[in-house]
Design a protein around this ligand. Structure first.
Ligand code: NDP
Length: 485
């Protein structure tokens, strides 16, 4: 029998109606909005945060008459210095209309300089925000303040203490204060829990938005719709019909000077424990009781709790040749740049089933149907089928039912993940953010393995850059029953 969720989902048109389904749950604020980018002098701010804000402005989601944007960092900059730093990242089109929108956007930005534990700095920041609110005739406490921490996590606790002490809005008057934090959320279970506890003392979970930008990607957001709004997938999506699921991430470049950061974290912390595990949740979770963010996040936690402990013999680690030539990487580094990990989910739907988390390529096999969902680059979804080869002969070939977004939706600009996630923060929709308990279980899964790697008990196998990784990874998949053809 179909449930309420089936009915509502099969009535939605892709993309546009998901938020409308929950309209009653999401706040529609009309009060003055201040967006404060902390670490505004940095890389993420100029490459992602400010461009995302600009796109929201261009599309009318941020309105000049109620929004102001503040940059905060230690570097001494004038308002114009910051505007010049980010200008080049904001637009590639130079039509006159575009230039005019760009300069209107830049005029919304102010810069405040101060350190991340300075009372003076945060008092000054608060004064600037308050002046903006007063200029918009906003009553004290009724405005919205969004703090975006584009900063190294080492300063999150002190910045959050300062915000809490000097820059809060009073939510009982209808306003709010929300904090967006970036990965990495700790390095293992304990450090993540420590960070969560420190932030949890200062802010409610409803005020904290832990960004995993994979959750803002078009096709990641599409996963639940595809799974639960298509009748033919509903009965098939389980261990009886699905041989295995591979979640594959690959990159064709090395550390390129970011070796210092990467070497401390490695591929499991950088990609698998967060981004790929989030994808796994959406692929494997049960149907949520409703589309409310908390119901969806409840199901994600449950599926993570069903993951069995990782077996060391079901892990292959690799490090590409030449990795240690990077001057920012230590000569004795055993940090993996490649990993294949088999996760087994012990619940009714998947019991005994293999999920392979890899950083390499997809495989194909004659006679087997394959559903490929390509998150990036060039979003696409295609299903491999066996069909009769066209012509007089009766022979078969593999072909695809192909939904390539670039061809099918030529007129639609697919929004950047950050753009969507910032808009969700303004709307108070936490569905696509990582809840504290979700983070804890994700770390529980990988921490024992990570501690062994950190202790030098597992050595990565060398492989050639640009290759599929160590041959042992394919052997592992074969042993687990997956034969590539
Ligand atoms: P940056 O190293 O560029 O740091 C941002 C700003 O923080 C700097 O401009 C600097 O500003 C200040 N800062 C840097 N180091 C320190 C320090 N040790 N103590 C105090 N302040 C410091 O980082 P990113 O912009 O690259 O990243 C910010 C956050 O986003 C990080 O948590 C990162 O992991 C995460 N992230 C980044 C991505 C990216 O593409 N860059 C992608 C995904 C996540 P000032 O000196 O002016 O105060």
């Amino acid at each position: 029998g179909s449930t309420v969720l089936d009915t509502s989902l099969s009535n939605v048109s892709l993309g546009s109606s998901f938020p409308e389904e929950r309209d009653t749950e999401i706040e529609h604020e009309v009060k003055c909005l201040s967006i404060i980018v902390l670490g505004a002098s940095g890389d993420l701010a100029k490459k992602k945060t400010f461009p995302a804000l600009f796109h929201l402005f261009q599309q009318g989601f941020l309105q000049e008459n109620d929004v102001h944007i503040f940059g905060y960092a230690r570097t001494k900059l004038s308002d114009d210095d910051l505007r010049e730093r980010i200008r080049g990242y904001l637009s590639h089109k130079s039509s006159s209309g575009q230039t005019e929108v760009l300069s209107r956007f830049l005029q919304l930005i102010k810069y405040v300089s101060g350190s991340y534990d300075s009372e003076d700095g945060f008092q000054l920041l608060n004064k600037e925000i308050s002046e903006h609110e007063i200029s918009k005739n906003s009553q004290p406490g009724t405005s919205r303040r969004l703090f975006y921490l584009a900063l190294p996590p080492s300063v999150y606790p002190s910045v959050c203490r300062m915000i809490r002490r000097y820059c809060m809005n009073q939510s009982d008057l209808g306003g709010w204060t929300r904090i967006v934090v970036e990965k990495p959320f700790g390095k293992d279970l304990k450090s993540a829990e420590d960070l969560s506890a420190q932030l949890g003392e200062l802010f409610d979970e409803q005020q904290l938005y832990r960004i995993d930008h994979y959750l803002g990607k078009e096709l990641v957001q599409n996963l639940l719709v595809v799974r639960f709004a298509n009748r033919f997938f509903l009965p098939l999506w389980n261990r009886d019909n699905i041989d295995n699921i591979q979640i594959v991430f690959r990159e064709d470049f090395g550390t390129e000077g970011r070796g210092g950061y990467f070497d401390e974290y490695g591929i499991i912390r950088d990609i698998i424990q967060n981004h790929l595990l989030q994808v796994l949740c959406l692929v494997a979770m049960e149907k949520p009781v409703s589309l409310k963010p908390e119901h969806i996040r409840d199901e994600k936690v449950k599926v993570l709790q069903s993951v069995l402990p990782i077996k060391l013999e079901e892990v292959v680690l690799g490090q590409y040749e030449g990795y240690k030539d990077d001057s920012t990487v230590s000569d004795s580094s055993n940090t993996p740049t490649f990993a294949t990990v088999i996760l087994r989910i012990d619940n009714e739907r998947w019991e005994g089933h293999n999920f392979h988390l890899l950083d390499l390529s997809m495989c194909k096999k004659q006679g087997r149907n394959e559903l490929v969902i390509r998150l990036q680059p060039s979003e696409a979804m295609y299903m491999k089928l066996t069909v009769k080869k066209p012509g007089l002969e009766m022979s078969t070939i593999q072909s695809e039912l192909d939904l390539s977004y670039g061809l099918r939706y030529q007129d639609v600009k697919i929004p950047e993940a950050y753009e969507r996630l910032i808009l969700d923060t303004i709307r108070g929709d936490q569905q696509h953010f990582v809840r504290r308990d979700e983070l804890r279980v994700a770390w529980e899964i990988f921490t024992p393995l990570l501690h062994r790697i950190d202790a030098g008990q597992l050595e990565p196998i060398s492989y050639k850059p640009g290759s599929r990784g160590p041959a042992e990874a394919d052997e592992l998949l074969a042993k687990a029953g997956y034969v590539q053809t």
